[in-house]
Design a binder for this molecule. Structure first.
Ligand SMILES: Nc1nc2c(ncn2[C@@H]2O[C@H](COP(=O)(O)OP(=O)(O)O)[C@@H](O)[C@H]2O)c(=O)[nH]1
Ligand SMILES: [Mg+2]
Ligand SMILES: [Zn+2]
Length: 371
């Protein structure tokens, strides 16, 4: 998603919301086959049964509550923050006619036995994973975040935040973070001293959509504020009173002065590795590269002869703990996928039973009618 209007072409009113040719094509397909006049809008926050939407150029409708026309059983199909939707006016309401096809999603695994996966954010180009320099860093957590982002199709960027707090340890912290971030750029930043902010700001290109991931207190909001030069987000120093929380719900799609968009999603406390193993494999691409040179194709990199992964560990090229974490995340990912498959099967059975019952009830009514 690198096609953006230059200063020579007049900007489209939707550009400031992250409009792209891909979204335009998806919208046209929906709009042309509808009997209604539809408008494209972007969802700033999910709502029960609908969404808060942003429409450019319509006075006082910057944040319009919208309702979903069709009730779907699949919660993953409900509008979520970052979604592009096709809406139409109906009296005083905006109706969401369709959720346009997504690219780059962040998905929270359904944790409970029968819970569905939840799309936290859609149409995300980049995810800035924030890890504070003075708290570890926690490389296992970083690997989980990276797996989640890769699996959803967005590009991860890592920020080591609060750099000045690490003091002499900073080079060591950076090396450790870089050793687990293969394929992702690492920025070392401080919202307090301004270190690294210019380099990061240069990456926040106009029209790109970002999500910040990291534990509470990692410095996400401070970083957004420091980069943008405005107090766009509440930080740990501000008490979250009623008004504060209200403000937050209405500010879930933030436009940075440079033109990038930030989706402020609810905190992700528990990071389950997605059932899509490609995310884990991409995160551990350096380990995979070793594994490709193992003598046996089904090598489990334990004690097999000719294991290139064990050889890399012996030679000090690979940390044995990283291999252990890879194995663990792969197992978790497989488990989550099988659980997801099980859930889909159960859902199908439930729908089939409901259809079957409806047919039988209809048959009974029909027979009763004839008597
Ligand atoms: N020393 C220092 N503290 C920071 C920095 N960035 C954030 N903090 C502090 O860390 C705390 C949490 O920051 P906040 O941005 O609210 O974190 P969030 O929960 O990830 O959004 C606040 O007290 C900030 O002042 C930094 O670069 N240096
Ligand atoms: Mg915050
Ligand atoms: Zn091996």
């Amino acid at each position: 998603m690198t096609t953006h209007s230059t200063s020579s072409t007049p900007s489209h009113p939707l550009d400031s919301l992250g409009w792209t040719p891909r979204v335009e094509a998806a919208f046209d397909a929906v709009a042309l086959s509808s009997e209604h006049v539809l408008l494209p809008a972007r969802v700033s926050a999910a709502r029960r049964g609908g969404a808060e939407i942003r429409l450019p150029g319509i006075r006082d409708a910057a944040f319009a509550p919208a309702v979903r026309r069709a009730a779907h059983t699949d919660p993953a199909a409900a509008p979520c923050s970052g979604d592009w939707v096709a809406v139409r006016r109906s009296g005083d309401d905006w109706l969401v006619e369709a959720v346009l096809e997504r690219a780059g999603t962040l998905v929270r695994q359904g944790v409970a036995k029968d819970s569905h996966d939840q799309v936290l954010a859609a149409n995300v180009d980049y995810v800035l994973i924030c890890e504070a320099a003075d708290q570890g860093p926690n490389v296992g957590r970083l690997e989980r975040f990276l797996s989640l982002v890769w699996a959803g199709g967005a590009t991860p960027v890592v920020a080591i935040t609060k750099a000045e707090l690490a003091g002499d340890r900073l080079p060591e912290v950076v090396e450790l973070v870089e050793s687990v971030s293969s394929g992702a750029d690492v920025h070392t930043v401080s919202a307090h001293t301004g270190q690294g902010l210019e380099a990061l700001a240069a990456r926040l290109r106009p029209g790109t959509t970002w999500v910040l991931l990291g534990t509470s207190g990692a410095g996400k909001s401070s970083l957004v504020n420091a980069v943008s030069g405005h107090a766009l987000m509440d930080t740990g120093e501000i008490r979250h009173d009623k008004r504060g929380r209200h403000t937050t719900t209405h500010r879930q799609l933030l436009a940075l002065p440079g033109g990038a968009l930030v989706l402020d999603i609810p905190g992700v406390r528990r990071i389950d590795v997605p059932g899509d193993e490609s995310g884990v494999d991409r995160t551990f691409s350096d380990v995979l590269a070793h594994a490709e040179r193992c003598r046996f194709r089904d090598c489990v990199h334990d004690a097999e002869p000719g294991c290139a992964v064990q050889a890399a560990i012996d030679e000090g090229e690979l940390d044995a703990r990283r291999l252990a974490r890879w194995n663990r995340l792969r197992r978790e990912s497989e488990w989550n996928r099988s659980r997801g498959d099980h859930r889909v099967r159960e859902e199908r059975t439930r729908q089939w039973k409901a259809l079957d019952k409806a047919a039988r009830d209809a048959g009974r009514r029909k027979r009763g009618h004839h008597h």
